[in-house]
Design a protein around this ligand. Structure first.
Ligand code: MN
Ligand code: MN
Length: 485
């Protein structure tokens, strides 16, 4: 039995206030001014996405923007023997496909960098080295797909061709066909439903074979007057003559070419309310654009050096010369250490990398009610609920994942909350139905803090992907806050 005194104490004890963690769309949290900023930002992003159809083009546009924003060539400064001072902005290109940007901070490099990294390569169809194949007077480009695609989605849509060809003498020819409304486009044909009974009975994954992704590029045999009796493939002959005349290209030149076939046409506002963006290559140009824009717009001279990397080859595992598995970034940080400090040591480079904080800026899957059976609605990011932090990726029990530490999530979360960034946590979907990865693990190996942070998408890796404008804008705001922290 309670005494009178004890009863009074119990009455004074109020129930503790609890804050439920609710996830909702963020529109009402933005004032008129910020809603306008969001629209302006998205308009500029749509322009970028419509032009940046390959990693090379994305790299070149970003480099051009960087130079306009006062970034100098690190390799040139190095040659001139110039030292870097706080506030200076530098860039370094990795073979025209991966680009590193940095603004030197007041603290020594060995204190670590604030780094944001995204990728600019996207799933697509690459022309094979011997690409021109004629069959029954139809001319095709034989392709090898790049990245994870659902093959059937790439048939019957207008396609464009972009890339470079290096001729016998080493000169470079740039090709871009299919974006201007007056340009012709290319396509992959599909079977009509009237003859499609057998095809329709096959599983989705096997009904369309990778090797059958042949892009139709011509159907008219060469004019009699220009015919070469020794060449049997007459439609190919017409195109070879055309290529020779227009670009000076011979068939063997395709051996030293990188030609990419991508969906033709610009990105568009999506929805009657224009609340979304439909376009090719949101993965991961949506985060790449936000990364460089945040870098350009971040205020003041930072304490810790700010850096951005927009990289190639993520979609095929980050391997190779221009992927994040290469030593490009490590070498670049070594150059920065060398040009900012009086004495250089390998230890300083290791410290700079290990003490860095990084947002691995990549897209993630949105909860799509149309595919609720593979979703985990409480834990999958939802459209326009903000930029998504993905603590871990991987598959089969987080296999292959770089699981960010709770400590680092706490730091990032505080930066976002302090700067009114609308954000959400997320993971891929139902456990054990699939999996995926990002560049995070290639940076985590240096011992740095790294977490995936990016925009949620519908229809990821499809020719046309969908993103919510609020999320698109919040990625920019998040990366900027991270740089300014
Ligand atoms: Mn990605
Ligand atoms: Mn991807």
């Amino acid at each position: 039995m309670a005494t009178k005194k004890n009863t009074k104490k119990a009455e004074e004890k109020k129930a503790p206030a609890v804050n439920l963690w609710k996830r909702e769309q963020g529109w009402d949290k933005l004032d008129e001014k910020e809603l306008k900023q969001l629209e302006t930002y998205c308009d500029e992003y749509i322009q970028f996405l419509s032009k940046a159809k390959t990693e090379r083009i994305a790299h070149d546009i970003a480099l051009d923007m960087a130079i306009k924003n006062g970034f100098e060539n690190l390799d040139e400064l190095n040659k001139e023997g110039k030292k870097l001072k706080p506030g200076m902005k530098v860039y370094r290109s990795c073979y025209g496909k991966t680009l590193f940007l940095a603004q030197i901070g007041k603290e020594p490099l060995e204190n670590g960098l604030n780094l944001v990294g995204a990728h600019i390569d996207c799933p697509r169809l690459d022309a094979k080295p011997f690409p021109l194949v004629e069959d029954d007077k139809l001319l095709f480009i034989d392709t090898h797909y790049y990245g994870g695609i659902k093959k059937y989605q790439w048939t019957t849509i207008p396609l464009a061709l972009h890339g470079v060809v290096f001729k016998k003498d080493g000169t470079k020819v740039q090709i871009s066909i299919g974006e201007d409304p007056s340009d012709p486009v290319l396509t992959i044909t599909d079977l009509l439903p009237h003859l499609g009974n057998d095809q329709a009975a096959k599983p989705l994954g096997t009904a369309f074979q990778g090797d059958a992704l042949n892009v139709l590029i011509a159907s008219r045999p060469v004019d009699k007057a220009k015919d070469d009796k020794d060449i049997g493939e007459k439609t190919k002959l017409r195109i070879l003559l055309m290529l020779k005349e227009k670009y000076g290209i011979e068939e063997e030149d395709f051996a030293s070419a990188e030609l990419e076939i991508v969906p033709a046409g610009p990105a568009r506002h999506l929805g009657l309310d224009k609340s979304m963006i439909l376009g090719y290559g949101h993965d991961d140009r949506v985060c790449a654009f936000a990364t460089i824009k945040a870098m350009f717009d971040a205020k003041g001279i930072p304490n810790r050096t700010r850096a951005a990397v927009i990289c190639d080859k993520e979609e095929i595992g980050s391997y190779g010369q221009t992927g994040m598995d290469s030593t490009f970034m490590e070498n670049t940080v070594a150059e920065l250490v060398n040009l900012t400090q009086d004495t250089y040591s390998d230890l300083q480079v290791r410290r700079a990398l290990e003490r860095s904080n990084m947002l691995s800026a990549d897209v993630c899957a949105l909860h799509d009610p149309a595919f609720g059976d593979v979703s985990s609605p409480n834990n999958m990011p939802k459209i326009n609920c903000g930029v998504a932090l993905i603590k871990y990726t991987g598959s089969r029990g987080k296999g292959g994942s770089s699981d960010a530490s709770a400590e680092f999530v706490s730091q990032v979360r505080k930066i976002f909350n302090d700067n009114k960034v609308i954000w959400q946590m997320g993971e891929l979907g139902k456990v054990d139905v699939g999996g995926g990865g990002t560049i995070a693990l290639y940076l985590a190996r240096y011992g740095m803090n790294v977490i995936d942070c990016g925009v949620g998408l519908f229809s990821m890796h499809a020719p046309m992907e969908t993103a919510g404008k609020l999320d698109v804008y919040m990625a920019y705001k998040a990366y900027k806050a991270f740089y300014e922290a």
